[in-house]
Design a protein around this ligand. Structure first.
Ligand code: BJW
Length: 257
């Protein structure tokens, strides 16, 4: 009987980390693109349709809160549609967390919840989440699903007008930076997936790892990012193909197909 042929793994890592390696993974909008969510800076991305200065700064919210609410209400609703679901890349990272003997931490710039829905639990949302709202007045943070407007009342201070998406806009401090820096400096393998390397401080993580840490650095993206030359290794192609292939290749040989 003829043997079934096994396709070779399209991704050949240049370095296989030791079993105890601490892995930190930075993800960006590219990992969710095949889940039906737009990226920001691709030719058909969000910033090709709307100016970030009009919707993603504290000044924009102060100037025209209705416009900012409309933008986020539309995106929050899109996230809730049944066609938006984790893809094979999110699933592969959840598998890596389950099966890797050492620590695996995902730092995501994404405000969607696709990593959680795929099963990842060790996760930092450095740019916030669509699923929470925050009061500009008293700082109260609350789980949020539906639309928000200037009439929305804060359940803590009872004031209207200050409720906003719990996301990080330009000029605001990203979340959990102390924990992030600690993880970056201590990691053995740093993998950046689906991010263009335009937005700081995330775009500077690879430089930080190289300066203060010892980690091997890997970029996985559709195309070389702005910081591509900073990485020791790179794999280019759609995340739904490259990420599962990379994960399969660094997990024990029995899983490599
Ligand atoms: C695929 C794919 C597929 C597609 N498979 N891949 C001058 C110099 C340096 C810094 C600054 C400066 N002027 C101002 C700053 C600071 C500023 C900044 O970086 N500005 C730059 C534009 C220059 N940064 C900030 O203000 C940040 N805060 C800050 O710096 O605080 C002070 C501080 C000081 C010191 C230390 C630490 C902090 C805050 C940034 C907030 C960003 N917010 C947003 C919106 C979040 C809410 C929302 O979603 O609406 O975050 S903007 C947007 O960009 C979003 C993203 O998380 C972020 C990054 O985008 P990402 O993920 O990289 O997406 P894309 O679209 O750019 O790239 C997608 C990639 O995927 C592409 O490469 C594709 O090829 C690829 N791809 N399909 C694989 N199928």
């Amino acid at each position: 009987m003829p043997q079934a042929s096994v396709a070779p793994n399209p991704v050949q890592p240049q370095a296989i980390p030791s079993a105890s390696a601490r892995i930190v993974i930075l993800t960006g909008a590219g990992i969710s693109q095949e889940s039906g969510l737009e990226t920001f800076r691709d030719p058909d991305g969000i910033w090709a349709k709307v100016r970030l200065e009009d919707v993603a700064t504290p000044e924009a919210f102060a100037r025209d809160p209705d416009r900012v609410h409309a933008f986020y209400n539309m995106r929050r609703a899109r996230h809730r549609t049944s066609t938006v679901a984790p893809n094979a890349a999110h699933a592969a990272l959840a598998r890596l967390e389950r099966e890797w003997p050492g620590d695996v931490l995902i730092i995501t710039q994404n405000v969607d919840s696709l990593h959680e829905r795929a099963g990842s639990t060790k996760l930092i949302h450095m740019h916030g989440v669509h699923s929470k709202a925050r009061c500009n007045g008293c700082g109260h943070i609350v789980a949020w699903e539906g639309d928000m407007s200037t009439a929305t009342v804060c359940e803590s201070c009872s004031q209207a007008g200050g409720m906003r998406p719990h996301v990080v806009w330009f000029g605001e401090m990203p979340l959990d930076l102390d924990r992030i820096q600690e993880a970056l400096v201590a990691c053995d393998l740093f993998i950046s997936i689906g991010t263009s390397g335009n937005v700081y401080p995330a775009a500077g993580f690879v430089g930080l790892v190289r300066k203060l840490g010892v980690a091997h650095t890997v970029e996985i993206n559709l195309e070389p990012s702005r910081g591509a030359t900073m990485f020791a290794e790179a794999h280019y192609g759609p995340a739904s193909v490259t990420v599962p292939a990379y994960v399969a290749a660094i997990l024990p040989a029995r899983d490599n197909g």
